[in-house]
Design a binder for this molecule. Sequence first.
Ligand code: KIV
Ligand code: ZN
Length: 513
Amino acid sequence: MRKIYIFDTTLRDGEQSPGVNLNTREKLEIAYQLERLGIDRMEAGFPAASPGDLAAVNAVARAVKNVTVIGLSRSRETDIDAVREALQGAQDPCIHLFLATSPIHRQHKLRMDKGQVLETAQAAIRYAKKYFPKLEFSLEDAGRTELDFMAEVVGMAVREGANVINIPDTVGYLNPAEYGAIFKYLKENVPDIDRVQLSAHCHNDLGMATANTLAAIQNGADQIEGTINGIGERAGNTAIEEVAMALETRSEYFGAKTSLVLSEISRTSRLVSKLTGMVVPGNKAIVGANAFAHESGIHQDGMLKEKTTYEIMTPETIGLKESKLVLGKHSGRHAFRDKLSDLGYDLPEDELNAAFSKFKELADKKKEVSDEDILALLEARLLDTPEIYSLRTLYVTYGNEATPTAKLVLSGPPQEPIVAEAEGNGSVDAIYNAIDQATGEEVKLDDYSIKSVSQGKDAQGEVHVILSQGIVAAAGRGLSTDILEASARAYLDALNKLIEKRKTYTGRENAHL
Ligand code: KIV
Ligand code: ZN
């Protein structure tokens, strides 16, 4: 079996999903989970984009130990220097340089001819190689680049000492036969191509990212790039969990495997969804809520007789377990600790105590505390943003024939408590108007979504919001057994992050410039 290296770019290309903005703590939480998942390489961000991005990449670089940490860089010295700074303290640093090679990008974006593209890329690789023993070079929009020019650029990168050469289908334009053929062509036509690893990086604009990635593997790709849940620019990137499970389920067909700890897939998917606010559709392959559900009578009958009739892989493989032990308000610390270890968490004593008291508060409001509730509490534990404003009390008056009113008290600068009262065209609107009044902040609500964490009328509601103020945007999340309180908490969470972010913001650049 050939080993396929997994290059995860959830924290970089994934974070480029519209509306997604991860702060350093959230990036760290995802990075630790990706490490548990067993990925080989982690692209932590684009340090030149902003000081905040640089600091977040540095925090990840210092934190994870068993993974190569990568920083993205355009082919220019200032970007390379930003990656040098960001990857200080990394155990195994790597720089990822890119330059577009397609005629469309050369003509309209770069305004360079082929010779200038070659020269610029070569100069950047030479400069970066002075500081980084490990270097990946990407030919942006390779999918629409002339094959002979692609081979020329790849040949130059091989000679200059690149370790990995990435062939992105940046705009998700190709089909599997075409994409696979590129890898075959490069393998057959570039001298010394075996000195480097070839990498596949696909976008999902036509829904073919996973199929294209698998075609690349069949034609010699050694590494695949993707994100958890397939998040990313526009229609997203290749979903890593899909490729990993395709290789696992059809291992004889592909003759290749990854080193992923497959039983961590479900938890990783859930964490990424929660922190990015990007809900996984129920019918999403592998990690959607319905991926292992059987609805029709005929299917259920088949499943009861023999699971393989309708199940090509088991939910246990990706870490989905049926819970037997349900906790409630009489459960003690011992049962709680057992439950956590069952869920794969081994918390230090202080965090265990904090989680236990949050669990007790919840158990007072809710008869049965499910695994989903506990996971939601655990995932919230490290994410409390430095609280500039926090909610003390909230009263909402609603009647279907009256104007909804919210009255609240916040803690926060400059004086506290801050009391505000406002009306709105609905209860949530009234709450948000009251918060705006209390804080004096003018923000735009770009997105609001709500879902229940578990089943039952007393289930906890989880609200995600995205707020923006000019070019700065931030996502926030709130959890409560009451959806109005969850709405208020999500708004304040986003607002606190937005205020933090505004302090360091110098203008975010797009990695595809
Ligand atoms: O899609 C793309 O081309 C990229 C590059 C920066 C590798 O994300
Ligand atoms: Zn990309």
